[in-house]
Design a protein around this ligand. Structure first.
Ligand code: ZN
Length: 306
């Protein structure tokens, strides 16, 4: 079982306000909520604000990933604790009856389940690399892909309403020469701080690291920080510390090496991606401006719903 992280008093109070106003609908599982129309209107408003600023090539995928691509990506080495894999029934009619019988008593029925060729999408950029690998080598200057706001899964149950098990990650991916990719990431880092400021949030930019698994993971995290491969933009929501709402990641040639993506005249391409955590930004907006968007400052409304 993944370790459940209980809410702090502030987080519990904010969650009670959100569910009390019907903005989030509890399902009984921590970190999994239904959302009201008002919540979705705010989330979609911010998503379209990013689209208006960006508008590169669009590619969209469902929130599942072929297991083969997942296995090649190295995710299980770095984040085995966060992954979600899809199993499905395989067996006889007798097995099916036994499975139903046990499930109806809420007893273990996993022995009738087999691994499928699919896993839950861990990050919105993952399907983009194998898709670009199918294209001819990249022309000078590379390319930018808008991977949209896909639902992604992280197995980390928590009482903090800002730490969801399934949430929308608005991602963009840059492919190109190392300096092109690094410049793009740096430009977007500053642009993200600007966009979040435009909707009345007070973002802070920090060098960050991923939540790598285990003792070896602590070394990876230290290297990542030292080489400034990851930045995060943080805002205050309901946590004792600010919450990351956007991240900017320079992968160097990791994904292009795994999937075989080259520049037409200059060896392997590099990649970077950026992701906005749409629910966290939405929650930050409710926390900052109040639970009723009709009372929000006019300039914030103009940015979200022009
Ligand atoms: Zn990514």
């Amino acid at each position: 079982m993944a370790e459940y992280r209980p809410a702090t008093p502030d987080q519990a109070e904010f969650l009670a306000e959100l569910t009390g106003h019907g903005l989030l609908v509890e399902t009984g599982v921590p970190g999994v909520y239904g959302r009201s129309g008002v919540f979705e209107r705010v989330r979609e408003g911010f998503d379209s604000l990013v689209t208006r600023v960006a508008a590169p090539d669009r590619l969209r995928f469902p929130p599942i990933l072929p297991r083969e691509h997942f296995e090649a990506s190295g995710y299980l080495k770095s984040f085995p604790h966060l992954a979600g894999t899809i199993f499905a029934f395989e067996g006889s009619e007798a097995n099916a009856a036994e499975q139903q019988e046990r499930a109806s008593r809420h007893e273990a029925w996993d022995e009738f389940q087999s691994m499928t060729d699919l896993v839950l999408l861990p990050a919105a950029c993952y399907p983009v690399y194998p898709a670009i690998a199918k294209r001819p080598p990249l022309a000078k200057g590379g390319l930018t892909v808008d991977a949209g706001g896909a639902y992604v899964f992280r197995h980390e149950p928590s009482g903090d309403p800002a730490r969801l098990q399934m949430f929308h990650q608005r991602e963009m991916v840059r492919f190109g020469e190392p300096e092109t990719v690094a410049d793009w990431r740096n430009a977007w880092r500053d642009r993200a701080v600007d966009i979040l400021g435009r909707v009345g949030l007070s973002p802070k930019l920090e060098v960050a690291s991923d939540p790598f698994f285990g003792r070896a993971g602590r070394m990876l995290a230290a290297n990542q920080r030292e080489q400034e491969l990851k930045f995060e933009v943080l805002i205050d929501i309901a946590g004792p510390e600010p919450t990351a709402v956007a991240s900017f990641n320079y992968h160097r040639d990791h994904f292009t090496g795994v999937f075989g993506i080259d520049m037409a005249d200059d060896g392997p391409a590099h990649t970077a991606c950026l992701g906005f955590g749409l629910e966290r930004i939405t929650l930050g907006l409710f926390r900052t401006h109040g639970l009723d968007p009709a009372t929000w400052p006019a300039e914030v409304g103009r940015e979200l719903w022009p």
